[in-house]
Design a protein around this ligand. Structure first.
Ligand code: NAP
Length: 466
């Protein structure tokens, strides 16, 4: 054990979870009062930083993307290093990291779709929302093409991802040109013949997982009417209580009721419609010749306790595509315990534990891979604070790395032939993407803020250019 050198910390994942954890550690009172010195490196398997914010937030949500500005400032300080295009488990093993770092914080998020176990889920035209999100956010590992040939589309789920997917699918492509969508996404959406997008929630309107701002935003899409069904507006005692005690539910019910009234009073003339259905669970995706043709839903009723039960009544809707937005799921990482039910690293308050529940020295988790894919980006901060508090209280026993790190780690990556990118490299890519945006125009003739580079090799080339 040596405390005469900085504590070396590796953070795996440069999304908000990883950057918040690094920031909180550097600002801890132990570091501030000189009791502890830290040296932190953040790794990401993609050449660019920011994880979910770059590759998960919808392009028409610049307000959320603005969080990047705050994260930028953290890395611009220069006391935390960034190594992009370096994948844990492929380029670096746990042993490699253990040699160079005293503590490793996993902040790898949750990017897979949760499984939906119903017949027909494998049909052509049945998609996981996260794949679609990766496509429209120009993720480097996803194909450029996305099949947009359906006129009637179902989106399963009543969370904010379902809203993102439904909004992007129903919007007119020209209205997305103000955002950073690349040409292939614009062209794909422009060619879409969609007329109707149906969002299905299995519970009632008072049990939605949307948030008020995101729900209200649906009404801002040009030439898209919102369609509601009065028979779905059922409330039991638990719903009444939720509407009275939960301010978010109260606000969202006001929004939904307002839309319901409006649709009774005003004719709906838009060329596209976004339908919100409640109290229906997916039973089967129906198809012909391997392709989706319809969706069979079972009607539910409220059980009085905030839950639902099936009624045995089924409704079939003609659909040519079904998007499953029923939640994300974490991916298992090599050599780290994983809970296959919750899709998280096995941990207790951010300390990684083994099968017996014993903490594994030096290993930590934060963000969605720690607690599951719930909560807005801000909740990741309190989560990181908990993990870092434990790391700090363990610190006396953490000085285990045998190899020097800060000065020589770049050389180590070079010796392994890894084409890593750096924070300076991100600045180059950032400038390049902004210049691409400035050179093009949106539908109103204004220069665009950014156009993302989508090709991984191109991202690496620009980031590593001299
Ligand atoms: P989520 O909020 O957990 O919503 C998942 C939805 O899927 C729920 O309505 C859930 O219904 C439903 N569901 C689950 N299993 C189902 C099944 N078998 N059949 C039918 N429906 C099923 O998850 P999410 O939408 O993926 O969002 C993840 C987190 O990211 C959330 O905290 C969200 O707010 C956040 N986010 C925020 C934004 C933003 O713009 N602010 C955008 C995207 C995501 P039950 O409620 O009945 O379980």
């Amino acid at each position: 054990m040596s405390e005469t050198r900085p504590l070396r910390v590796a953070v795996i994942g440069s999304g908000p979870a990883g950057i918040y954890a690094a920031d909180i550690l550097t600002k801890s009172k132990e570091v501030k009062n000189g009791e502890l010195e830290v040296s932190i490196d953040i790794f990401d398997r993609y050449p660019a930083p920011f994880g979910l914010i770059r590759y998960g937030v919808a392009p028409d949500h610049p307000r959320i993307k603005g969080i990047i500005t705050a994260l930028h400032k953290v890395l611009d300080r220069g006391d935390i290093r960034f190594f992009g295009n370096v994948e844990y488990g492929k380029d670096l093993s746990l042993e490699d990291l253990r040699e160079h770092y005293d503590a490793i914080i996993f902040a790898t998020g949750a990017i897979k779709d949760a499984n939906l176990d119903i017949p027909g889920v494998e049909l052509d035209g049945s998609y996981g929302a996260s794949d679609f999100v990766s496509w429209y956010d120009a993720h480097p590992d996803y194909p450029r093409e996305w099949p947009l040939n359906a006129r009637e589309i179902a989106v399963l789920g009543n969370g904010n991802v379902a809203l993102d997917v439904a909004r992007v699918l129903s919007k007119h492509a020209d209205d997305l040109l103000v955002t950073e969508i690349p040409d292939h996404v614009y062209e794909g959406l422009k060619s879409s013949p969609v007329t109707d997008v149906h969002v299905f929630g299995r519970r009632g309107p008072a049990q939605i997982k949307f948030t008020p701002l995101e729900l209200r935003e649906l009404a801002h899409s040009r030439d898209v009417d919102i369609v509601l069904y009065e028979e779905d507006f059922q409330f039991d005692e638990a719903s009444q209580e939720a509407m009275e005690t939960n301010s978010q539910v109260k606000v969202m019910m006001k929004t939904l009721n307002g839309w319901l009234e409006k649709q009774k009073e005003e004719p709906q003339t838009a060329s596209r419609r976004l339908h919100l259905h409640f109290l229906q669970s997916p039973a089967e995706i129906l198809g012909e010749d391997g392709k989706v043709t319809a969706l069979k839903m079972e009607r539910n009723e409220l059980d009085g306790n905030g839950g639902i039960k099936g009624t045995g009544e089924f409704v079939e809707y003609p659909m040519q595509a079904v998007y499953r937005a029923i939640g994300y799921f974490g991916s298992e990482l090599p050599e780290v315990g994983f809970d296959p039910v919750r899709g998280v690293i096995t941990n207790v308050e951010g300390r990684v534990v083994d099968n017996e529940g014993t903490p594994v020295p030096g290993l930590y988790a934060t963000g969605w891979i720690k607690r599951g894919p719930v909560g807005l980006i801000g909740s990741t901060k309190s989560d990181a604070l908990e993990t870092i508090t434990h790391l700090l209280s363990d610190r006396e026993n953490l000085y285990t790395a045998t190899e020097p790190c800060a000065e020589t780690f770049s050389a180590y990556l070079d010796s392994k032939g890894i084409e890593y990118t750096t924070w300076e490299g991100w600045h180059k890519l950032d400038e390049h993407e902004r210049a691409l945006g400035a050179a093009t125009q949106d539908a109103s003739g204004e220069p665009r803020a950014r156009v993302k580079v989508t090709d991984r090799e191109e991202m690496i080339r620009i980031s590593r250019s001299l």
